[in-house]
Design a protein around this ligand. Sequence first.
Ligand code: PGA
Length: 225
Amino acid sequence: MKPIIIANWKMNPLTSRGAFVLAKKVAKGAKGYNATVVLCPPYVFIPQLPASKNVQIGAQNCSWEQKGALTGEVSPFQLKSLGCTFVILGHSERKKYLAETLGMVQAKAEAALQAGLKVILCVENVRELQMIAKNMKSFKNILVVFEPSSAISTQGGKRITPGNISTMAQAMKKVVGKNVPILYGGSVDAKSITSIMKVGKVHGVLIGAASLDAKEFLNIIKEVN
Ligand code: PGA
């Protein structure tokens, strides 16, 4: 399996021009590398960022319903119709600032899978994964991200050793099965990526801050090759 490098732009950049330029630089620079690269911009920029051979597009959230009276929400079906292939669900910032519960995350994951999206499922620890797994029909088309909130660059950026990442990744595999890719998210940059992938034994990474700098993000892609 190719390494999976996912950019979570969060609520950045501020303009559509900025999003266009960043995506264009990444698409150009990612050519020829053996990696699955996914850009997850804010919803509003998705229509202007077409997927290409080098880069796929994902969203950062979706509704648990395909349609209906849910003001301000976006349906997974709508995302699929815009060309998205992935959606991030359960990010710790949504749990912390928007009171998203594990039940909501699980319902969103089922809806996203039904719409034909692949799910980038973020969990804080094995317990959270077990709680979600209890009610999931299958983990087909799901990637699990071990994303401890304390390791996120804007929340302290506490370093987790690659050895600890490996231990967690193995424990998570026991919950979801050995064929489900396990990724890591938390202050990953070009300096740390090699040991995270090799010693941490993960299939890929979810990158926040470092994905907003095209040069740094492309250096990460180069390092995994
Ligand atoms: P960071 O974000 O790379 O800025 O730490 C990662 C994440 O939010 O998962």
